[in-house]
Design a protein around this ligand. Structure first.
Ligand code: PLP
Length: 392
């Protein structure tokens, strides 16, 4: 699918790949809100159910609106194939269930999204899969931590909330030397800012709930990669059930149409905010990959086309000072979700990372004064004024 769109710009691909039109010629994409599909006769049913003939039978197996979303996302990501899932976590579960077995080992970066860590530690381990964690910024640590049974490297980049950048080319090389797959959770960057497959990643997962929707409306997820690697994931999903609903796929199709514009706007505002925060006397440190002071600034410039929407910063005065900022915003939403057109603010030490022991939190670099803002599309001056209320 993607070859057809390879020569086009992302703005065009986001609007023109995977368009779905019935005989009525509707200009917006068609929504097939149906759980099953009627067949012509018994022979037609037999051929479709056995996969010998194309066509839809049941929406857990496939649905035209879901296919349209998958084709559009695959084209944006430069992937042979994409598969939609009920949520981002369903995408990660599906890839683990289809590519791992008891006795295999996952090597993952520390500081992953909390539910991903819980999925690995509480469930994969229960089924005999080993898991260990290393720093996303230290490829040598990955090389040293590989075991003979390592089957999957798993990383996010930039990391949440400290925006550490993993070197995907190096991680892919190390993974492939040892016969493992590199999986990248690209929810923060989306295909507009970073296409991990181009750096050697084998599979890319998305929480479509974040920027792909972009307006905080639906849950969804996806995996992209080669046809051969996506096929077993598809068979797990059609068997186990966490498939993407046609309605959510339709909303996500609309979300993708404005994704290039939104990611550019999020990134422009986030950079302005990060630069402004650097000048504020109440701030100890700012974490944003597009700041020259970021430890992996050059790597970020090679891998990403902009810094993305997430800015984290430490205020002087620890928890009390951080809570003052959080409690004084009137515009920015106090919620831990991100990727929305509305800006959000969170205090990681007592929310997303609140269940960690103080030692584990310190090891993860999550200080009491740390605040994460996912910069939305409000005017930047209004966002600055909102934060200033708690910083002064
Ligand atoms: C980086 C990342 N990956 C995966 C997920 C899980 O996605 P979902 O909530 O759609 O299941 C999230 C959700 O916050 C996330 O931030």
């Amino acid at each position: 699918m993607s070859e057809e769109f390879d020569h086009l710009h992302p703005e065009t691909v986001a609007l023109r790949a995977g368009t779905l039109r019935t005989e009525h010629g509707e200009h917006s994409d068609a929504l097939y809100l149906t759980s099953s599909f009627v067949v012509e006769d018994a022979e037609d049913a037999a051929l479709k159910f056995s996969g010998q003939a194309p066509g839809y039978t049941y929406s857990r197996f496939g649905n035209p609106t879901v296919t349209a979303f998958e084709e559009r996302l695959a084209a944006l990501d430069g992937a042979e194939r994409a598969h939609g899932t009920a949520s981002g976590m369903a995408a990660i579960l599906a890839l683990c269930m289809s590519h791992l077995k008891a006795g295999d080992h996952i090597l993952a970066s520390n500081g992953l999204f909390g539910a991903t860590i819980q999925l690995f530690n509480n469930y994969m381990v229960k089924f005999g899969v080993e898991v260990s964690y290393v720093s996303p910024t230290n490829p040598q640590a990955w090389r040293e931590a590989v075991r003979p049974n390592t089957k999957l490297f798993f990383t996010e980049t930039p990391s949440n909330p400290l925006t550490d950048i993993a070197d995907l080319t190096q991680l892919a090389e190390i993974a492939h030397e040892h016969g493992a797959l590199l999986v990248v959770d690209n929810s923060f960057c989306t295909p507009i800012l970073q296409r991990p497959l181009e750096f050697g990643a084998d599979l890319v997962v998305y929480s479509a709930t974040k920027y792909l929707d972009g307006q905080g409306r639906v849950l969804g997820g996806a995996v992209t990669g080669s046809r051969a690697l996506i096929e077993p994931i598809y068979f797990f999903l059609r068997t186990a059930g966490p498939s993407l609903s046609p309605f959510n796929a339709w909303v996500l199709l609309k979300g993708l149409e404005t994704l290039p514009l939104r990611m550019r706007a999020h990134s422009e505002s986030a950079l302005k905010l990060a630069e402004w925060l650097m000048e504020q006397p109440a701030i100890e440190r700012v974490y944003y990959p597009w700041l020259p002071s970021h430890p992996q600034y050059e790597l970020a410039q090679r891998q990403q086309s902009a810094g993305g929407g997430v800015v984290s910063f430490e205020v002087k005065g620890g928890r009390e000072a951080a809570w003052k900022v959080v409690n004084n915003v009137r515009l920015i939403s106090r919620t831990s979700n991100l990727g929305d057109v509305r800006s959000t603010i969170t205090h990681p030490a007592t929310t997303t990372h609140g269940r960690l022991t103080p030692e584990a939190r310190a090891a993860a670099g999550i200080k009491e004064g740390l605040i994460r803002v996912a910069v939305g599309l409000e005017h930047i001056d209004d966002l600055k004024a909102d934060l200033l209320r708690g910083l002064e």
